[in-house]
Design a protein around this ligand. Structure first.
Ligand SMILES: [Zn+2]
Length: 289
């Protein structure tokens, strides 16, 4: 992928040292600030401080109380530079596409963390892999996931890494389009199997949106090198639910899928890449995923 020298986003927050901004949750400890606020709040409101602390450190979907902006990553950090450049590219593409549709795109933040992190959506753990939190509109990524992707999942390559970011940004696009809210409401009355099926459609659409980004980034900035598409397609294959279940030595159980099969993930990324339109990513109104 040709990315060096391209614009870097200023929306990257570096929480890898666990402090700086919000409540870094390094190794299962809460920052002293959270505890103090909980104790004072408890005294004033007459509730058990531990209950309040529980509310503040996870669940509830309440927005995170920031204690100040988290720092930007150091300028000489090549991996952070890569992430910031890919994020900037998604900002440019989605800003244009929203504008063309008569709407305004609001950039998400991207938080670099290590191990565990406080988010607006319960705690985030590196073991979950990168994720997007609609409550605070932030993408969270522990960069060690890229080692996992390469070494454990067999998906090396910078464009595989870019695909991961573009997929998470895809979830932000869904949020901006009001899709996330609709799906959450539908999920409330769903059986577990139905909820999983909905989740698969959400995830495949994020894959398709990653492809839409790649389509426009290529047209505008000629980012693709030989082998890049193969890297993304390989990554999509390796992180399909069936592939992951097989790799874990488990039986393949389609009802338990939450992200779609390898073939589906490849197909939807490829659809977005070829079509380059949001419309082509309507995974909710198709029989054939
Ligand atoms: Zn996802």
């Amino acid at each position: 992928m040709r990315w060096e020298g391209n614009r870097e986003s200023s929306n990257v927050e570096d929480m890898r040292s666990g402090g700086g901004g919000g409540f870094g949750l390094g190794g299962g400890t809460i920052s002293i600030g959270a505890i103090v606020i909980a104790l004072i709040g408890g005294a004033v409101l007459g509730v058990n401080p531990l209950t309040l602390l529980g509310l503040m450190t996870g669940g509830g979907g309440a927005p995170v109380q920031q204690q100040g902006p988290a720092p930007a990553p150091p300028a000489n950090d090549q991996q952070a530079k890569f992430v910031a450049t890919v994020l900037a590219d998604t900002e440019d593409v989605w800003t244009d596409l929203f504008k063309q549709g008569g709407a305004t795109y609001h950039d998400p933040k991207l938080v670099l963390f290590r191990g565990a992190v406080r988010t607006g959506c319960c705690g985030g753990q590196a073991a979950m892999g990168p994720f997007y939190c609609p409550a605070d509109q932030k993408v969270y990524i522990d960069l060690s996931f890229y080692d996992t992707l390469k070494n454990q999942l067999g998906a090396p390559g910078d464009f595989a890494q870019a695909y991961v970011i573009a997929h998470e940004v895809g979830h932000h696009v869904q949020d901006e389009l009001g899709i996330t809210g609709k799906v959450d409401r539908a999920r409330q009355n769903a059986t577990p199997a139905q909820a999983n099926a909905l989740s698969v459609r959400v995830e495949l659409q994020a894959d398709c949106f990653a492809g839409v980004w790649a389509n426009h980034a290529q047209k505008s900035r000629n980012i693709l090198e030989q082998g890049d598409i193969e890297e993304a397609m390989n990554a999509a294959q390796r992180i399909g639910d069936d592939a992951l279940q097989k790799a874990a030595g488990r039986a393949v159980v389609p009802e338990s899928f939450t992200h779609g099969t390898s073939a589906q993930r490849q197909r939807w990324f490829s659809t977005g890449l070829q079509q380059g339109t949001v419309k082509s990513c309507d995974t909710f109104n198709t029989r054939n995923l």
